[in-house]
Design a protein around this ligand. Structure first.
Ligand code: NAD
Length: 420
């Protein structure tokens, strides 16, 4: 495929899909992998991650042909638009990509490019693993109790972007419809109001929950917890919970139990090899991940809960500089760190590239390069546990050596060479 403004590397080959059902990929030895550095600190953490991923690929007998793509500020310069069609097409075509953060100014007239990208490619599962690396300072006593993976629905909920601004004719029309036609009088206060819609569909919920259960089965994780606020939002978040139990009961046979079945049939003793599907109310869950951290494995939740929860969980294992993520759907993977563009630190070669590097690790895993993925994790962990860290971790540990973003990446590359 040729593009007007994107250079396709000559030395790489395109990843293709082998099986639509399973999402199985055919990955050449030198795949073309698109990368978007993104805004703000993206130009610091992007190249740092690239170096580390190159080193891990090389150490395991492969290589990556990077293809630079543009979105956000860099795209405005090159294409005079925020999210060029070429960028979306190139990710769709090449299937596996990695991106840094993109800035979303607060307020009217600017929709999140991250949300737009996920929606355009229908990357419906945002997967955020939270595990502790040795040596990473944490505000909790036992950070290694955290080993959780959050499957966050990525395409609906209040993030769907169906909302109307106060003072517009549209919002007035919606308000009148809700009050007059649907009978909710005396519910919305008088005066200016903004209104949003929260769609939660059976289709969107079930396909996300299936991904979470499949992951738990494939990775020997004992529980999947559906996190919702269904006690208040009965027909949206409550429906998510109900559809979750429906999937578990109707599609997985004996290998997947509900919490009730576990008690009724097994007296609470979980048989080996089974997955228990349970549910928790979101506010309680935010407490539980602090107080009963080791009881949770795989989480399946909606868009907003997932965003809050994975950031809070991320804080327990060292904060935003560490927390990785990736978006999946239709045999495609777009890896991206949980953190944003932290504009205050942009271009200073200062922030922690670990979240971007570990997002790259998710991507390597998806390619089936688990040896390279493990190498990345081990090298990052050992580099940090030796006290060679960026400013955010350095200020929380005794001693140690404070490194710039690029120096930290070099240290991880050296460690990869040592371990390989
Ligand atoms: P942020 O994650 O950019 O930064 C918050 C704070 O976290 C920073 O000030 C910094 O102290 C710390 N931090 C973040 N990344 C770090 C790193 N790699 N190393 C060390 N410290 C780090 O969140 P924000 O300030 O709320 O958002 C800034 C912009 O990023 C907004 O426009 C927002 O919309 C966008 N954003 C984008 C994404 C994405 O691209 N997926 C995600 C979140 C926020």
């Amino acid at each position: 495929m040729s593009y007007d403004q994107i250079d396709v590397p000559e030395d790489g080959e395109q990843i293709t899909l082998v099986d639509e059902e399973t999402g199985e990929l055919n990955v050449p030895e030198t795949p073309i992998i698109p990368i978007i550095y993104g805004d703000g600190i993206g130009s610091d953490v992007g190249p740092a991650a690239q170096k580390v991923l190159d080193a891990a690929a090389e150490a395991t007998g492969r290589s990556i042909a990077w293809m630079r793509l543009y979105a956000g500020g860099s795209a405005r310069e090159k294409y005079d638009e925020n999210l060029p069609q070429e960028t979306v097409d190139a990710i769709r075509e090449h299937r596996v990509a990695i991106k840094g953060p993109l800035t979303t100014p607060v307020g009217a007239g600017f929709r999140s490019l991250n949300v737009a990208l996920r929606k355009k490619l229908d990357l419906y599962a945002n997967v955020r693993p939270t595990y502790h690396l040795d040596g990473v300072p944490s505000p909790v006593k036992n950070p290694s109790a955290m080993d959780m993976i959050t499957f966050r629905e990525n395409t609906e909920d209040v993030y769907a972007g169906i909302e109307w601004e106060a003072g517009t004719d549209e919002v007035q029309e919606v308000k009148e419809f809700v009050e007059d036609e649907m009978g909710f009088d005396n519910t919305i206060h008088d005066g200016p109001v903004g209104i949003g819609v929260k769609p939660i569909t059976e289709f969107g919920s079930k396909r996300l929950i299936r991904e979470a259960i499949d992951y738990a089965i494939a990775n020997d994780r004992p529980t999947v917890t559906l996190v919702h606020k269904g006690n208040i939002m009965k027909f949206t978040e409550g429906a998510f919970r109900d559809w979750g139990y429906e999937v578990a009961e109707e599609e997985y046979g004996e290998d997947v139990l509900t919490e009730d079945e576990l008690w009724e049939e097994y007296d609470g003793e979980q048989p080996e090899g089974t997955v228990v599907v349970q549910d928790r109310i979101a506010d309680n869950m935010l407490q539980q991940i602090l107080t009963r951290t080791d009881e949770y494995d795989v989480i399946a939740t909606m868009n907003l809960n997932g965003d809050y929860m994975s950031d809070a969980a991320g804080a327990q294992i060292g904060g935003l500089g560490i927390a990785p993520g990736a978006n999946f759907g239709h045999g495609r993977c777009l890896a991206e760190p949980v953190h944003g563009s932290a504009p205050k630190y942009a271009g200073e070669d200062k922030v922690n590239p670990t979240a971007m590097i570990l997002s790259g690790r998710e991507m390597l895993d998806y390619l089936g390069w688990s040896d390279a993925a493990d190498l990345v994790r081990d090298a990052v962990e050992q580099t940090i546990s030796e006290g060679t860290v960026t400013y955010d971790l350095h200020r929380q540990i005794e001693g140690g050596e404070k490194l710039a973003t690029s120096e930290f990446a070099e240290a991880v590359v050296d460690k990869i060479d040592e371990l390989a």
